[in-house]
Design a protein around this ligand. Structure first.
Ligand SMILES: C[S@@+](CC[C@H](N)C(=O)[O-])C[C@H]1O[C@@H](n2cnc3c(N)ncnc32)[C@H](O)[C@@H]1O
Length: 290
């Protein structure tokens, strides 16, 4: 079995993984400043390409969950087996409203809500409180023991940091690989989901990110980014290699409509291995994010 994300996450990279992995350069340490489900980290771990990783996300509860999977996976599995975590509406809203101080319980609650909430959506209100509704799924696999154990092993080589993406500049060194997967720039005012945290990721953040990208390249790092196919992203990364790939994505914030849309992968390096996208390579086998 291969290590895989243990949470479902909006904007997951499963569909374009092949393209991300295709043309990698040799690197020392790996950095993923917008971790989410961490699809590329787990994939590179499976390919034995990682010695040391730095994984960052602004979402404190998400990073706590990763830390517990890394350091207390057996206690977490035990906690998840508590009959309290039922896939029922009443239990869902009760657990959603809980204020939890214990880190293991908080990680179990996070995984439970991720499995049972509508569309696996992690959505918070302006006070940072989780507010996605019950998902009404007929079957959920809350305790995927094998996956959690494998992911725990993978995370032994990772440092987990709950912070803004700009912190990467403190840790990244020459020849490291940095993969940025930010909340995408919306294609229109009403599209695209950017509510992962209580702070919106706006145009100024995209500009700030492009500056950080540039600074890391100047330091001798290998930098890669995925984002939506918009004029602003083309302008911000005009000096780098831009590849266009396709993925099946939700086309509105409710996640009830999907279509194939093009996305961009920006790389700071040139590689002969980067093949131009060909329509027959489209990955359209699943409509889910993972
Ligand atoms: C598109 S998702 C990442 C998806 C991930 N690569 C995957 O495969 O699942 C974006 C992530 O960025 C995080 N985020 C939002 N604003 C941030 C910030 N300013 N600094 C760091 N992380 C941030 C969100 O919490 C979310 O987990």
């Amino acid at each position: 079995m291969r290590a895989k994300p243990f949470i479902k996450w909006a904007g997951g990279k499963r569909q374009i993984l092949k393209h991300l992995v295709n043309s990698l350069v040799k690197f020392k340490n790996y950095h993923e400043p917008f971790l989410g489900g961490g699809a590329l980290f787990f994939e590179l771990y499976n390919k034995k390409l990682i010695n040391k990783a730095y994984l960052y996300d602004y979402n404190i509860e998400l990073i706590n969950t990763y830390n517990i999977v890394k350091n207390n996976v057996f206690s977490l599995i035990n906690e998840l087996k508590n009959p309290l975590y039922k896939n029922e509406k009443e239990a869902f809203y009760k657990i959603r409203s809980l204020e939890v101080n214990d880190n293991i319980q908080s990680a179990a609650r996070f995984i439970y809500l991720n499995r049972t909430a509508y569309n696996g959506l992690y959505r918070v209100n302006s006070q940072g409180k989780f507010n996605a509704p019950f998902g009404k799924y007929t079957h959920i696999n809350l305790v995927d023991q094998e996956k959690l154990l494998l992911d725990s092993k993978a995370l032994q080589m990772a440092e987990l940091l709950a912070c803004d993406f700009s912190e990467v500049t403190k840790y990244a060194k020459k020849d490291d690989l940095i993969y940025f997967d930010p909340p995408y720039q919306p294609l229109s005012k009403t599209s695209n989901f950017t509510g992962y945290t209580d702070k919106c990721f706006d145009e100024n953040d995209q500009i700030r990110l492009a500056e950080i990208f540039k600074g890391l390249v100047a330091k001798g790092c290998n930098v890669m980014l995925s984002n939506s196919n918009t004029k602003l992203i083309h302008e911000l990364y005009a000096n780098y290699n831009i590849e266009e790939v396709y993925a099946n994505r939700a086309i509105n914030s409710k996640g009830n409509g999907r279509k194939k849309i093009s996305e961009l992968i920006v790389r700071s390096w040139k590689s002969k291995q980067i093949r131009l996208f060909r329509p027959q390579e489209q990955v359209i086998s699943s409509i889910s994010n993972r």
